[in-house]
Design a protein around this ligand. Structure first.
Ligand SMILES: [Zn+2]
Length: 258
């Protein structure tokens, strides 16, 4: 059985509701999914999915790209993270790709807020970084994110960045991007990440892996990410399934397997 460590099945892209999505997961041998919060306005939907389905977990956080939304405080995040199905804080981090660099002071503040909330709740972080790896790692160090740990989600950076995140105790999660033809360098990183720090995800509805590239993604397709990584590493698929599932429940230690 596999776990999709990062999806957004609360998004309007899943207008058919969760039932067919969960049925497809079952068919593909995907036992659990972590539905990741991107803002506080939509958090009630994430929480409702986690309450409705034992094999769906939730996180609470505000994505670094999101503007014109409720700005989270440490207290607010800590309060929402008290829910027993909330297993992580995020997604948070830095994203200089979409926003002009001079406009991102608030992004850094928001990131620090999430790390402080994670340290308070003892729940791990889900970190998004894009075109901002050095600043992301610097803030992780300054705020002692290693004290609580977490995952670098949808990883697309170099081995050097992976190495620094691993040294801080973080896990590295690969999405469908690793199956894309252009991602040879990333495949090399996916080959090297220690087996006990590896996670897989879809980031659905985005980034559908080959052979679904360009279509709407869904948690069942995490199977294609795991298959590709098994192939890369010359390991049986079962080994990748078991390792990434063990890793998920070790990292998100308040998530129950039942
Ligand atoms: Zn995401």
């Amino acid at each position: 059985m596999l776990v999709d460590s990062h999806c957004h099945i609360d998004f309007p892209d899943f207008a058919e509701g969760a039932e067919p999505v969960l049925a497809n997961m079952r068919t593909a041998g995907v036992g659990h999914a972590l539905c990741v919060s991107v803002d506080l306005e939509r958090f009630p939907n994430v929480q409702a999915l986690a309450e409705a389905y034992p094999n769906v977990f939730a996180s609470v956080g505000v994505h670094p790209d999101h503007q014109d939304c409720e700005e989270p405080t440490v207290e607010r995040l800590v309060e929402l993270a008290r829910h027993p199905k909330v297993v992580a804080i995020g997604e948070t981090g830095l994203d200089y790709y979409r926003l002009p660099r001079e406009a991102v002071d608030w992004q850094r503040e928001r990131f620090r807020t999430h790390i402080r909330a994670a340290r308070k709740t003892r729940k791990p972080l889900i970190i998004h970084t894009r075109s901002a790896a050095d600043d992301t790692l610097a803030i992780m160090r300054e705020e002692d994110a290693g004290g609580v740990g977490g995952v670098m989600h949808c990883f697309t950076e170099s081995w050097g960045v992976a190495r620094q995140a691993l040294d801080l105790g973080f896990y590295i999660s690969f999405s469908g991007i690793v199956t894309f033809k252009s991602a040879a360098d990333l495949r090399e990183v996916a080959r090297q990440v220690p087996l006990d720090r590896l996670l897989v995800e879809t980031d659905s509805p985005y980034l559908a892996p080959i052979p679904y590239r360009g279509k709407r993604n869904e948690p069942a397709y995490v199977r294609h990410v795991a298959d590709l990584i098994a192939d890369l590493r010359g390991l049986p698929v079962k080994t990748i399934d078991e390792a990434t599932t063990e890793n998920f429940f070790r990292l998100f230690s308040t998530a129950s397997r039942s």
